[in-house]
Design a protein around this ligand. Sequence first.
Ligand code: HEM
Length: 140
Amino acid sequence: MTKETKALVKATAPLIKKHGEAITQTMYPILFERYPDAKILFKNASDNQHKKLAASIYAYAANIDKLEALSKAIETIAAAHVKTAIKPEHYPWVRDALLSAIKEVLGNEATPEVIGAWGEAYDFLANVLIEREKELYQNS
Ligand code: HEM
């Protein structure tokens, strides 16, 4: 991730804080419409899953320049993902739906640069999670 990407993502942290729940509430219908196979993965998800996702996206934006602050959250998320059989091939689905939801909710604030930065930041975090989940699957 470049310095510019980190700076762009961090600059959106206040917006993500304000609109995070609207973004994730917008994201799930997009996800399930475009990728109907995603529905079964969330069959036991708690009612406040969108709040958890919103909080994690905000924490990521706010701490993108000090990722060690996120290590506990990454462990929790990876454990939840392994429990629900999330696989690397599922990550592009959430990427697509999340970026569309950010665009929809932030409107003009979501410039092409901001969306590009969030795409790069998502890929970085997705890879961290995928690697940790791979270890957890191997040890289980
Ligand atoms: C960078 C990408 C992602 C982030 C930041 C993220 C974040 C989270 C968070 C914060 C939780 C809640 C953990 C807890 O219990 O406290 C969670 C759980 C979960 N995530 Fe993800 N996630 C990502 C990608 C995905 C993908 C790609 C899928 C599947 C398409 C997915 C499906 C789920 C499911 C099914 C749960 C469990 C929900 C429940 O049992 O209530 N996640 N994730």
